[in-house]
Write a protein that binds this ligand. Structure first.
Ligand SMILES: [Zn+2]
Ligand SMILES: [Zn+2]
Length: 615
């Protein structure tokens, strides 16, 4: 997924956790060196060694090493420690808790720790070692020294014979050793090691961009065109933000060809993009560009301009921030808009995409229960989290990605409309980037500038637009009111049209097909399906006396409000017969249409919006 964020609130609890290590922080270690080997790729076991050179004051104190519970950019807790095995050290080892090991140096000058990590997921969040390659996200394999996450670290990688290393911090080809200012930057540098990846390079405004591709399926000759289109996306986004602060940036792209692996993860000078298909297959090229557009936008929004809690992080507890609807949602919005501005999408494709997002959000029951800020705070439950326990999240939750996307679009149009095109959300974001990143003093060891709170954005958008946005934030960001789409679209001569779907009933069911068997995936609260006693996991045997197969919506469309439709389901060893009694139509579609009465002023505002012309 284009997925990614990170952060936490520096609560009293966090301060308490760190206060215990504050003393050792005052006494720096002489050096921290990591070595990564992969001598048996088919075992999926990375071999990590860490050598910590102690200062004299620390020789008699136990040293703690910790595996992060999660990783920046993905907010669910994964407990990477579960894949650590065979930890050894040159001193006595004590397991302190689920993520922490303590080593007693007993007077030695250097503490040496080694362990193996099992890794067989091709993902921007996890890591993979197999006979084809090694691809890692550092947070899933490297422990940090507790209290010394801010210290400089060195890394040496020993690749198998004939495998080449590449990442977003290469000084020269063939490089096998790196020095990083701290652990956070080391794990912000995802790395690919394989015999057969390709690399192409282009330049935009004096900055170098590398496109590294590792394909596990046929590319169909599409790679050269892909690199050209990536360059168009880069140009469109740089045109909005101004020059990025790096000199080189690397797109690490995998074509997994497994119909399963898919991810996108932003980093300071690179991104990891994993597409589940092969580049030569239909739709995969377009999917890649969508992820590229989203992840590259994160160069500014999230990686540098970030909510306060997004770095440095506390990896002992889940992240809590109210800002993911900006960090991810605005990135989703601009990720789509930039495909239009880059000339890759026509106007219609962009507007249809936004209309689909509106249909999705307005059709979701969680939209009326969970605000954008609450969604952000719930990220540890929502961001690809695994649930052993059954939940009601499909009824109660909303994703900050599409919700934030729509808030961003509506806010952009309101600013453009209310200022008659003199300002835009582009300008709000540039000003935020200047104030909080470029011009602010550093708030931590980790990164330039300081983070923002959503109130800072509220002030900035009010200031830039010259109108008070506090009511907007209250109603649409911190509460669950329907966004003012009509006002927003009217400024650019468009209108939102809502129509009943051709198949207007779903009875509150969502269904998945397992080997052509229709299984109820979710039941909407308050729906005919809930009143009929149906529940998730039920297998639908008969609907209106027939096998439903994929035609269940068509079957329901033959009925009207008030009709009763017999349904038979299998639940465990029971067969249950009941009736769905239809209520009001439930399925609607939204379109964004040209307003035939649009004035030339409205059209020119629309043009500036879609093309990104600066006013
Ligand atoms: Zn993202
Ligand atoms: Zn690879």
């Amino acid at each position: 997924m284009s997925a990614c964020p990170r952060k936490f609130i520096l609560t009293i609890a966090v301060i308490a956790i760190f206060s215990g290590v504050a003393r050792s922080q005052e006494t720096p270690l002489k050096s921290i060196s990591y070595r990564l080997a992969m001598s048996r790729p088919t075992s999926h076991l990375f071999e990590v060694s860490i050598a910590v050179e102690l200062s004299d004051q620390l020789k008699d104190k136990p040293l703690q090493l910790q595996m992060p519970k999660w990783s920046p950019g993905r907010y669910a807790v994964f407990d990477f420690a579960k894949n650590v095995q065979e930890l050894r050290a040159n001193g006595r080892v004590t397991r302190v808790d689920d993520q922490t090991w303590s080593v007693d140096p007993a007077g030695a000058n250097v503490v040496e720790v080694s362990y193996k990590v099992f890794a067989n997921d091709l993902s921007g969040t996890f890591s993979q070692l197999d006979e084809r390659h090694a691809n890692y996200n550092g947070a899933s394999i490297f422990m940090y020294v507790v209290g010394h996450k801010a210290d400089p670290v060195k890394l040496t990688i020993q690749p198998p014979q004939g495998w080449r290393i590449v990442n977003g911090r290469m000084d020269h080809p063939g490089q096998t050793a790196w020095a990083f200012p701290n652990w956070d930057v080391m794990v912000d540098t995802p790395t690919e090691i394989a015999p057969d990846w390709t690399q192409e390079t282009f330049e935009v405004d004096g900055k170098k961009y590398h496109v590294v591709v590792h394909s596990f399926g046929a590319e169909g000759g599409k790679r050269p065109a892909l690199v050209k289109d990536i360059e168009r996306v880069v140009r469109a986004e740089v045109a909005m933000w101004g020059p990025p602060e790096f000199s080189e940036y690397t797109f690490l792209i995998h074509y997994a060809a497994d119909d399963r692996s898919g991810d996108g993860m932003e980093h300071l000078t690179s991104t990891q993009i994993i597409e589940p298909g092969a580049l030569g297959e239909p739709g995969v090229y377009e999917g890649t560009l969508g992820t590229v557009s989203h992840e590259f936008f994160h160069v500014w929004n999230v990686k540098r301009l970030r909510p306060e809690e997004l770095g440095p992080w506390d990896f002992t507890r889940p992240l809590h921030t109210r800002g993911l609807w900006v960090a991810e949602g605005f990135t989703n919005y601009y990720g789509h808009l930039m495909l239009r501005r880059a000339g890759i999408w026509p106007d219609k494709k962009f507007l249809d995409t936004e209309a689909q997002t509106i249909s999705r959000i307005e059709g979701a029951p969680g939209s009326r229960l969970m605000s954008a800020e609450e969604s952000s705070m719930s990220a540890p439950f929502l961001d690809d989290a695994a649930h052993a326990q059954l939940t009601n999240l499909h009824n109660t939750a909303i994703s900050y990605y599409p919700k934030g996307e729509l808030i961003g679009m509506v806010m952009d149009l309101l600013v453009r409309g209310r200022t008659k095109g003199r300002a835009s959300l582009d300008e709000v974001m540039r000003r935020m980037y200047e104030d909080f990143y470029l011009k602010s003093s550093n708030s931590s060891y980790y990164l330039r500038g300081r983070g923002y709170q959503t109130e800072d954005l509220e002030r900035m958008v009010s200031q830039v637009s010259g109108t008070d946005f506090s009511d907007f934030f209250k109603r649409y960001v911190r509460n669950v009111e329907v966004l003012p789409y009509d006002e927003a679209f009217s400024y650019v001569g468009l209108r939102l049209v809502k129509t009943e779907a051709k198949e207007p009933y779903d009875a509150g069911l969502s269904i998945e097909f397992e080997d052509r068997v229709a299984v109820i995936e979710n039941v909407r609260n308050g729906s005919p399906a809930e009143e009929a006693g149906l529940q998730a996991g039920d297998e639908i045997v008969l609907l209106a006396g027939r096998e439903v197969a994929k035609a269940w919506l068509k079957t329901l469309a033959r009925y009207k409000s008030g009709d009763s439709i017999p349904i038979t389901v299998k639940r465990d060893r029971r067969t249950i017969k009941t009736n769905l009694v239809l209520k009001e139509p439930e399925r609607f579609e939204y379109r964004i249409e040209e307003d035939t009465r649009a004035t030339s002023e409205q059209k020119s505002l629309r043009n500036a919006w879609l093309k990104g012309t600066r006013s």
